[in-house]
Design a protein around this ligand. Structure first.
Ligand code: SF4
Length: 485
């Protein structure tokens, strides 16, 4: 399809809006003042006059054509005006109205927080989100509720605090939809002992840096990968190294992502509980066994039930469960069963992801399978309705590129059980120091609006090989805080 720009160069935004309607399409970009000869195109024109601009959109798609035009006053955001015009035209042509409207590049909760900061009330916020971004009231409600749940966490944030992320980039097998830096355990068995050795060194090294800087450790998060791929004594060794290297007296949250239920044993759960962790994540993704098999998870729903039970027996009072809407082969009925079952089991956190088709994931090659023609929106609506009915609150929300139906990922929580770490990472309001391969340290200085990243090597092999060099890079953390003073 051809996108023609006349009098403007709003390529990024306009392409983003087009992808809401026809996500798998490749666009040819042309800059000229006339309509193309192609059958399918969007012509986006802006004519600047003294006191205003005239905006035009002509879309030709699927044998139909729609013209739209409007006048935008000087000072208005012309890019937004053109995006709205295009959205309306494509909505007429395709008969679809994506519920987040033209919100593509910005985070909805951040926008709502901005409105809240300007003392706008609920109705004014809904009006603004609809007027500016054509966002549905339903999605506005979710963004506003999320902002409200986050408020007390944001208010309690100590500006001198940080979180520690420990990366364990190994999994028992690789899931077909995975786009994380994770390797199957068979592939990298040989690297693990040295990896653990180095990881302990990096933890100690980081402990020294934060001691010097006088930072307070607020939350710890073991993620990956699947941290519970490691054996109990190894997990224990890492956790003990952390306890020896940092002052844990101000710690407010400690999470270990179990992830795959097939890696969880009573011994591992007891080891992590004994070492101070009180939040685990056990992720079924779906409770439909045939879908689990199809996505290469290599575990059953029964194994999830057993792992969940083991975690309760070990004394965990906060269990997160991740699920995904839109998995190949899943149906609205079996997705509804998954949601209802998790609510019935009393999971404190339920995170509803929408399948994101990233290049790295093998599913990218399965599009003929109908993965784009997918009932993900029905599933997400169902989850939202049932979770709200059962007293769960949305506490973090984010959207990625290439998500089915331009939907979102939402972390839901029972009141008071929200994960601080998840809010920090999404809202970029606290420094997160990462250790391990694939980890990226995010240094945050809210007062001076500075954000810097320091990347560790991506894969365990490189991490082991360039370990000393990487430790030196970590010293950038000190420079960042030196500038703050
Ligand atoms: S468990 Fe998670 S990190 Fe591991 S392969 Fe599957 S999706 Fe990727």
């Amino acid at each position: 399809m051809t996108l023609v720009f006349s009098g403007n160069d709003y390529k990024y935004e306009i392409e983003g809006v087009m992808k809401l309607f026809i996500p798998a399409t490749l666009f040819t970009i042309v800059y000229e003042d006339k309509l193309p000869c192609d059958d399918e195109y969007a012509f986006v024109r802006m004519k600047l006059l003294d006191k205003h601009a005239l905006l035009y959109v002509i879309c030709s798609y699927d044998g139909k054509k729609v013209h739209k035009k409007c006048k935008a006053d000087k000072g208005e955001d012309y890019e937004l005006c053109l995006s709205r015009l295009l959205f309306t035209a494509m909505s007429e042509l395709t008969g679809r109205t994506p519920k987040w409207g033209i919100i593509t590049g910005i985070r909805p909760v951040k926008q709502v927080n901005k409105y809240l900061g300007a003392d706008m009330n609920r109705e004014e916020i809904f009006d603004a989100m609809q007027r500016e971004y054509l966002c549905s009231r339903e999605k506005c409600e979710i963004a506003l509720k999320t902002a409200q749940t986050q408020k007390k966490v944001l208010d309690s944030l100590d500006k001198n605090s940080f979180s520690l992320y420990v990366s364990i980039p190994f999994c028992p097998t690789r899931c077909s939809y995975c786009s994380f830096v994770s390797q199957s355990i068979e592939q990298c068995m040989g690297q693990i002992p040295l990896y653990i050795e180095n990881l302990c060194k990096e933890i100690r090294f980081t402990g020294e840096i934060v001691k010097k800087l006088g930072l307070t450790l607020d939350t710890i998060y073991f993620g990956g990968g699947t941290p519970s791929t490691l054996e109990a004594p190894v997990l224990e060794r890492l956790m003990k190294t952390i306890a020896e290297s940092f002052d844990l007296s101000h710690l407010r949250e400690y999470t270990v992502e179990g992830g795959r239920p097939d890696t969880i044993t009573a011994e591992k759960l007891e080891a992590i509980k004994r070492n101070g962790c009180e939040r685990v994540s056990i992720n079924p993704q779906t409770l439909n066994d045939s879908v689990l098999e199809r996505i290469g998870r290599k575990h059953t729903s029964e194994q999830f039930f057993e792992a969940f039970e083991l975690a309760r027996k070990a004394g965990f009072e906060c269990i997160n469960t991740d699920i995904i809407a839109g998995l190949p082969g899943d149906t609205p009925e079996s997705f509804a069963y998954t949601v209802d079952k998790l609510i019935e089991m009393g999971a404190e956190n339920i995170t509803v992801h929408t399948l994101s088709i990233k290049r790295a994931a093998r599913l990218n090659h399965e599009r003929e399978d109908g993965v784009l023609e997918n009932p993900a929106d029905v599933m997400v609506d169902y989850a939202t309705k049932r979770l709200l009915e059962n007293g769960y609150l949305p506490y973090y929300l984010y959207r990625q590129k290439n998500m089915l139906e331009n939907l979102e990922n939402i972390g839901w929580t029972k009141p008071g059980k929200e994960s601080l770490y998840n809010i920090y990472i999404m809202e970029e309001i606290q420094t997160i120091i990462a250790v391990g391969a694939g980890g990226s340290t995010k240094l945050v200085d809210l007062e001076n609006k500075r954000l810097e990243r320091v990347f560790n090597y991506k894969f365990p092999l490189e991490y082991n090989k360039h370990f000393e060099l990487m430790l030196q890079r970590k010293k950038e953390t000190e420079n960042f805080y030196a500038l703050e003073k």
